[in-house]
Design a protein around this ligand. Sequence first.
Ligand code: ADP
Ligand code: MG
Length: 480
Amino acid sequence: MQKTFNNRPLITRSNAVSGIDEAAGEAWAIIAASLKNSLPEQAFHTWFKPIIPVEFQDGTLTIQVPSKFYYEWIEGHYAPQIERVLDETFGSEGQLVYVIGTKVKDPEPEKIIINEPKIIKKPTHTIPQNSTNRSNGNLFGLNPRYKFDTFIEGPQNQFARAASQAVGNAPGRTAYNPMLIYGGVGLGKTHLLQAIGREVLEQQPKAVVKYISSERFTQDFVESIKSNKANEFSAKYRVVDVLLMDDVQFLVGRERTQMEFFHTFNTLHQLGKQIVLSSDKPPRELDGLDERLISRFGWGLVCDIAPPDYDTRIAIIQKFSESEKVFLDSDVIEYIAGNFTKNIREMQGALVRLMAHASLTGSEVTIELAKKALRDLVGNREIRVAIDDIKIAVANHYNVAPDLLMAKVRTQPIAKARMVAMALGVRLTGLSLKQVGAQFGKRDHTTVLHARDKVIQWEREDDNFAYILEKLTENIENSE
Ligand code: ADP
Ligand code: MG
């Protein structure tokens, strides 16, 4: 469908505004205030806040939007509100004109009036040259994309983002020490942790910032014990200024590593160094984590990140497509935002797949292509598996009665079947170790943890077992 928002044309120009025209600023302030009252806060924040008023002449207000997409989106979704506010403010003669502003400096702005948004050239984007290029050994291990300005704010992450920013600006000097961010997979925890690290290094290049996942911390620690270098390991962590420890749920059940981390934590905290943690659950629900650690994690600030709402997802997709320099029609964007709701990483995966499809087949990114390219992802997403289906499938495979999985019997093949079922329970249902344990004759979470680890080990060491597990998983996910 071709949209031509007749009254309000789009003009492209190749420079960004340098200063705000005073009259335009005033006119826009009135309109913006009115829009703010008539729109949901999030919509206003996402779509109208970034607008820059450029010029106000003869009843025509020119405003700058970051991209063609913005223009289409605003006009496609908020035209009636804009119409009304313009009418109220300027009377029926009032006009609004859009320009796309880019960051290229050009003293002679080229203005082209275009009626058909489709033929607009892509704006050229330049990446602001901050000091990020400085060779700083500390930046090693930080993903260059994980910065505050690439993190889209929405009601579900606003608090975590603001707190992270505060910590990034004044590490160790806020009340947020430690700070712990918890939330589901793919919601931006790692992004925020690394953004804090980058911010600190931007402001204090000499600071020692250490980002590490708890899994890696555990592996390194175990290695250091094996090679008799545990002291060196400890020393390395106790001199950092900012410790960013990702996914602390991996410490569950690892007692020695927890002990080591406990000492690191105490040392750093006493020295007033900043500690930031992430976890997939609130600390209290981390069964199998030392009580002393759980209580320490709550000393500072604990905040959560929840899946983003629709408007925020739209904004994330838009930002991503802009940074990839691929412009998507709003129906494609809506399709993706509507179908990938729980996990931003999956949503980005879908976008990447779609862009790859388009470029490999030399076709345009249309809604038809999106539906075709993402069919299997959309169909299979968020499969929720019932623990009973797992028990039945696994018991069948090992040829034992499902009830025996809950019993105390420890003979083979029952014990093995039980371990496999518990491991798949953790992997496929989203239940906690404790909840899975409860489903198998009130077994302890450490038993479940042990089963999970064993199954991972068998999978690695035995191709045949890995194959069986894959088939079982398929069966379970397709049962219904
Ligand atoms: P988690 O650590 O919570 O599993 P990540 O931080 O790895 O999630 O985020 C997954 C992906 O989604 C990353 O590519 C990240 O940049 C992106 N992402 C998450 N939240 C946002 C956001 N609010 N704005 C932009 N990108 C985001
Ligand atoms: Mg992560």
